[in-house]
Design a protein around this ligand. Structure first.
Ligand code: CP
Length: 290
């Protein structure tokens, strides 16, 4: 299933590069975007993906929906079902919210990020991006650096990249680490210089200020000094090491903006790949819509 999704995404990516027309696989289908948290990349790439495949896209916009009048999530989904919605792409601050709706019997739910739990399509697009450069990811050493504790991207990346044969090194201050993630081929270093040794790729993470209940770092300047990626730290790692970041980037907190233009930095490739990956997800699920 994962292998076929990844190669489908690669095929869609080639076609998008060539600005090809796509067969309207989702013609007559309705896709609802249901985002309770802010998003640019994920929301717009799901919208583009659905439109490229011929779907009608509606935006539920929780802030101006009847959720504001106290209507429940379940009743909102029932309303969408009554309108013959086939897919609901959901981002929610609560871990497990999309899963609960799927359990209620709505088959076309797609998780676009739930709390600190998971961001499955980000992991898929990260894997597609890395595979474009490496082919197989078997035996690749991937470091994930930053706010591991609050990161659904880290949790989903770890799961998928381990499945694809990678080993993972987590780099974070203890205050932003989740020790439960250190199992099997996942190791941890609180020292960034040590953690960056002998790696093939580095995934930098965003500091998730919106999820912190108290200040877990002394200051952004100090965090940047110890865990931010700058040209000096980059000069100590292999010249072919690929750099990823899910975005949005906090400049001079986790990354020096100069790095964004480095030839090995794949941030804009990740954004591009997001559209192709989400097309592959719709394509794979098109038999499942409600
Ligand atoms: N990577 C990611 O989820 O970005 P957005 O929050 O902009 O969707």
């Amino acid at each position: 299933m994962v292998a076929s999704l990844l190669s489908k995404a690669q095929t869609y990516d080639h076609a998008l590069q060539e600005r090809k027309e796509f067969p309207p696989l989702l013609k007559g289908k309705i896709v609802a975007l249901f985002f309770f948290e802010a998003s640019t990349r994920t929301r717009l790439s799901f919208e583009l993906a659905a439109k490229h495949l011929g779907a009608t896209v509606i935006d539920v916009a929780p802030n101006i929906s009847s959720l504001k009048k106290g209507e429940s999530l379940n009743d909102t989904v029932e309303t969408l079902k009554a309108m013959k919605t086939d897919f609901i792409v959901m981002r929610h601050h609560q871990a497990g919210a999309p899963h609960i709706l799927a359990r209620e019997g709505f088959e076309g739910i797609i998780n676009a990020g739930d709390g600190m739990h998971a961001h499955p399509t980000q992991a898929l697009l990260d894997a597609v991006t890395l595979r474009r450069h490496y082919g197989s990811l078997s035996e690749k050493k991937i470091a994930i650096c930053g706010d591991i504790k609050h990161s659904r991207v880290a949790r989903s990346d770890i799961k998928l990249l381990i499945h694809l044969g990678c080993s993972i090194r987590l780099i974070a201050p203890y205050s932003l680490m989740d020790q439960n993630l250190i199992i099997g081929n996942v190791t941890f270093s609180c020292d960034m210089q040590q953690g960056l040794k002998d790696i093939d790729a580095l995934i930098m993470l965003r500091i998730q200020n919106e999820r912190m209940t108290s200040s877990l770092i002394p200051s952004q300047e100090e965090y940047f000094r110890f865990y931010g990626l700058n040209e000096e730290k980059l000069s100590h790692i292999g010249k072919d090491v690929l750099i990823l970041h899910p975005g949005p980037v906090n400049k001079f907190v986790e990354i020096d903006p100069k790095i964004i233009n480095h030839k090995n930095c794949l941030i804009s490739e990740q954004i591009r790949t997001g559209v192709a990956t989400r097309m592959a997800v719709f394509d794979a699920m098109r038999g499942n819509g409600s």
